[in-house]
Design a protein. Sequence first.
Length: 305
Amino acid sequence: MSITASRRTTSVIAALAAVPLFVALAGCATASSDAGSGGSGEDETVKIGVVGKGDAQWAPFVEAAADEGITVELVDFGSYEQPNPALTEGEIDLNQFQHIVYLAEYNTASGSDLTPIGSTAIYPLGLYSQKFDDVDDIPKGETVAVPDDASNQARALLVLQSAGLIELKSGGTIFSDLSDVDTDKSKVKVTALEAALIPTSLPDVAAAIINNDFVEDAGLTFEDAIAQDDPEDPNALPYVNIFAARAEDADNETYLKLVEIFQTNEDVQAGLLESSGNTAVPLQTPVEDLVASLKKVQEDTEANK
């Protein structure tokens, strides 16, 4: 799932994107024993699970890794359901397809200990309006629409809070819903609509959070957003996409080198932007921040059961 934003790379992060569930395993193999040894990165084969092997970032990534003596074998899965179990079972060495919220849900449900070892990008979620060109121009008491599905609604409310339009009683979590809106302290009213219907309802409200999948269908561009996830807002951190490894491989030098290649190689970064329609915001978030966010989201997920 993606969301729009400016093209920039930051080393600090913030929270929020989403990953759908997946169904079929398109391919899988046995993990290489030398890849898990944490060696120098020379003459090693690393199997990385992805969803969308043809995305523009992967060919230059494989080439750049080879230049460093690392053979990358991309294992392409047909759905998002499969890469985490495959990683847990040792069929692959790493995967790269999900954000922290999705990984937390998987770990909590399965009892696994997969962990992030590096960030890739965030896909910001945007607020759009046909009546106002700036968030500050929206009058007090106007109505803003958000998606009615749980995961997107929570994220949408966090965007509205960051934009100064509402205040959430809890401070905002991945489980926030309309009942969490402090109406007395909020500038606008919030209504929930089916995500697919929000674009056609845009003329009837002051502004609306529109899922990325529907932005172009609404005749809008991602650049039309008057507010969006701020990658430097801590509320966005759980939605940062990551490389994931088994916990025992968190310090594997070869794997960390691959993260570095992904984050710094110009051709890889250009491919990432191309495959996302220039909506991705590349990030180099400190790993300790990713791990801390995963821990918190997992605790919140358990508490919310």
